[in-house]
Structures are given as structure tokens and as C-alpha cells.
Design a protein around this ligand. Structure first.
Ligand code: NDP
Ligand code: MG
Length: 384
């Protein structure tokens, strides 16, 4: 039996992870759950899954949960989340928190030498070098939960070092594939939230529409597999059946295929190195008939270019990119910024702050905070 701690339990990945656990016939046991502020939902999940300890980073939400739920313990605030992780005795921590708020919990889990199933790609985008160095130092295993990276992990496991030539990350292209930048000017939040193939949380759905998600995933792949940026390609594949390809030195190209269902990636990470059975329809290639591929349009979707530029600059630049993106996406979702305003704000913030060398996690937290302030200023200026 594996003891699992699920962070971001109320979200899209978190609830699907609980579904995978429930199907594991006792092989997995949940020892704790966390969320940001969804007190009622988290308490309901704790009751349903027989969990005795939860953490809510929002103090008011934690107080509400403690009042409503007397069968277990509610740990409040950022410190509560640290305690939940450090005292959990978990064999595996699944981090499905959204945004750079997930970095701190990643650091705590890795510092404790716990294995980490990482959906929170922002941990690697912001803190890639330090996070992977920490995992190596403490012996923690880092198992991705992102369909493309799970695919690459599958494909590369057992592959001798030095045989990998290129990684290919596929992208659905999002709901606005084929549109020009001018045609994206007036798109609405509802349109941007209508992802053609995946059902996900709000922030990553917007990142998929802008193609920032692919930019973040290129950075994620670089850190997970130690692959230089000029050997990581992005290809648009609207059917989302091929999740990634790896090209090897002998001319072989391996692909990973499957229906777009995150439970595959979650099941892989939770049960690794074993496999589990999931109730998914087998892939029927005749029924699918066609799988198509095209190059991403970086004119219409500048976020991919911005992510590559920040990645190349290195240091704190990816942290700045990520924070500016989080603020811009939040403002777009609140109706305070246009869709095309998202890359505009990110580019402006990157130009203002650039990248500086990273000495510690504190450098990264400071860059994140500065970028948030600058991005918010820019959004205010654009609205005025
Ligand atoms: P959701 O928005 O659905 O869920 C986010 C979770 O994080 C919720 O439990 C939320 O709690 C919690 N949370 C939000 N803010 C904070 C905070 N400041 N501190 C602590 N907890 C917080 O996101 P997704 O499940 O879609 O995505 C989670 C991560 O997984 C992201 O990094 C995303 O990029 C990645 N991912 C997601 C995929 C998907 O299919 N959804 C696919 C691949 C990667 P509350 O309910 O209280 O707000
Ligand atoms: Mg992905």
C-alpha cells in the first residue's frame, strides 16, 4: 500500500486523482488533502475518502472548515500546508496546486525526500534548476503529471543515456487554432474556456488558448529530461491523441498515443513503477481515421515565442514570465484585459525586469512578486 498526499485536491487534477485512488482497490491510501479556499468542497472530499487531516491556505476558509468538520484536523494557512506535507509520512505527494503557489509545497516535499507526482508545472518553470538539484540531493523521484511529459517519461524509461536526439511536444492548438492575431482581438472568456479536447481548470485552459501552456511545457520538459531547448519541438496536433514523440539516435521515433484523459497520466504517476487498470475505451485507429499535424503560429500566439525567449535568457526570466502570465490570465478571466493583452503584458514585464541570476529560492520568490507588481501596473495602464 502506498500512502499518498494530494495537494490541490478540489481542482480538476485533484478530483481525478481521487477517482484513480478510489479505483485502486486499497493499493493507494490518501493521508491528507489540501486546497486554497474551497472549504466546503475539501471537507466533503475528506469525508468521502476517509481522510483525517486537511490544509486550507486561506485562513478564513480554514476556520470555516474547522467549524463544520470535527472528525479531523484542519491546518490553516501556508504554515499549515507545510505541516501537512512534512508530518504526513506520505510515500508520494501529488502536487496539483495551480500556479507558482505550488513551488513552496514542492520544495517542502523534496526537502523531506518524498517522491513527487508533479502536475504543478509552474514549480519547474519557476524553479527548474533548484528543484531538480534538490530532488537529486534528497533522492526524491520526480514523476510528471502532464500528458506530454508522462508520455515522454513512458518512452524514455529504460532508454540508455545519450540516445535521445529530440523531444516533440504536441499541442491541440486550443479553441482559436487557425485564427490571425487580428481575429483574436475580441474573443470572449467563454470562447477561450471552450477547449476542443481537454477538460481542465480555468488557468491552464486559457494557457492552452494562448499557447503559453506549450511554452511552459517546453521549459518543463527541459528540466525533467535535461534536454537543451534547441532539441525540443512543438507540433500542433488538433486531435490530442499523440501526446509526445521522442527521436532517438538510430533514426527511431517513438510516439505515445491515448485518448485525452488525464487519468492515464495520473494513474501512471500514482502507481509508478507499477501499472493500474483504468476504465478507458481502447484506441480505435480506424474510427479516428486521421491524425493531423501542423506548425504552431507564433505570430497569432506570441506566448510560445515569449516562453522560449525567457527560457533562453534563463535565471529569473522564466519566473517573471510565469508570474506575469498568471496575473494577465487572472485579469483576462475577470474581464479586465483582452485576450491579446495577455502576451502584451508578459512581454512588457519581461522587458522591464529581464532575468537575473538565481542564488536561492528567495531570489525566485522575489522575482515572482516583482513581476506580479509590474504586470498589474501594466494592466492598469492599458485599462486607463
Ligand atoms: P484547478 O484550478 O482546477 O485546481 C487548482 C487547485 O489548487 C485547487 O484545489 C485550488 O484550491 C488549489 N489552489 C489554488 N490556488 C492555491 C493557492 N494559492 N494555494 C494553495 N492551493 C491553491 O487547476 P488544475 O487541476 O487544472 O491544474 C492544477 C495544476 O496541474 C496546474 O499547474 C496545471 O497546469 C496542471 N495541469 C493540469 C491539467 C488538467 O488537465 N487540469 C493537465 C496538465 C497539467 P481551491 O479549490 O480552494 O481554489
Ligand atoms: Mg500538457
Amino acid at each position: 500500500m502506498k500512502r499518498v498526499l494530494i495537494l490541490g485536491a478540489t481542482g480538476s487534477i485533484g478530483t481525478q486523482a481521487l477517482d484513480v485512488v478510489a479505483r485502486s482497490e486499497g493499493e493507494l491510501r490518501v493521508v491528507g488533502l489540501s486546497a486554497g479556499r474551497s472549504a466546503e468542497a475539501l471537507v466533503a472530499l475528506a469525508r468521502a475518502h476517509g481522510v483525517e487531516r486537511i490544509a486550507l491556505t486561506d485562513e478564513d476558509a480554514a476556520a470555516r472548515a474547522a467549524e463544520a468538520w470535527t472528525d479531523g484536523e484542519v491546518l490553516p494557512g501556508a504554515d499549515g500546508l507545510v505541516r501537512l506535507i512534512a508530518e504526513s509520512g506520505a510515500d508520494l505527494v501529488l502536487n496539483a496546486i495551480v500556479g507558482s503557489a505550488g513551488l513552496g509545497p514542492t520544495v517542502v516535499a523534496l526537502s523531506e525526500g518524498m517522491d513527487l507526482a508533479l502536475a504543478n508545472k509552474e514549480s519547474l518553470v519557476v524553479g527548474g534548476e533548484l528543484v531538480t538539484t534538490l530532488a537529486e540531493a534528497t533522492g526524491s523521484r520526480l514523476i510528471p503529471i502532464d500528458s506530454e511529459h508522462t508520455a515522454m517519461h513512458h518512452l524514455l524509461t529504460g532508454e540508455p543515456a545519450g540516445t535521445l536526439e529530440r523531444l516533440v511536444v504536441t499541442a491541440s492548438g486550443g479553441p482559436f487554432r487557425g485564427r490571425t492575431r487580428a481575429e483574436l482581438e475580441g474573443v470572449t472568456v467563454a470562447e477561450a474556456l471552450k477547449h476542443p479536447t481537454w477538460a481542465m481548470g480555468g488557468k491552464i485552459t486559457i494557457d492552452s488558448a494562448t499557447l503559453m501552456n506549450k511554452g511552459l511545457e517546453v521549459i518543463e520538459a527541459h528540466h525533467l529530461f535535461g534536454t537543451p531547448y534547441d532539441r525540443i519541438d512543438v507540433v500542433v496536433h488538433p486531435q490530442s491523441i499523440v501526446h509526445a514523440l521522442v527521436q532517438l539516435c538510430d533514426g527511431s521515433t517513438l510516439a505515445h498515443l491515448g485518448h485525452p484523459d488525464m487519468r492515464v497520466a495520473i494513474g501512471y504517476a500514482l502507481h509508478h513503477p507499477d501499472r493500474t487498470t483504468l476504465p478507458l475505451e481502447p484506441l480505435d485507429l480506424v474510427k479516428l481515421a486521421q491524425l493531423t499535424f501542423e506548425a504552431p503560429d507564433e505570430q497569432a500566439f506570441p506566448c510560445l515565442r515569449l516562453a522560449r525567449e525567457a527560457a533562453k535568457e534563463g535565471g529569473t526570466a522564466p519566473a517573471v514570465l510565469n508570474a506575469a502570465n498568471e496575473v494577465a490570465v487572472h485579469s483576462f478571466l475577470n474581464g479586465q484585459l483582452t485576450f491579446n493583452g495577455i502576451p502584451e503584458v508578459i512581454e512588457h514585464t519581461l522587458e522591464e525586469l529581464g532575468g537575473t541570476p538565481v542564488h536561492s529560492f528567495e531570489t525566485l520568490y522575489a522575482a515572482d512578486a516583482d513581476a506580479r507588481d509590474r504586470a498589474a501596473e501594466r494592466i492598469g495602464a492599458l485599462a486607463a
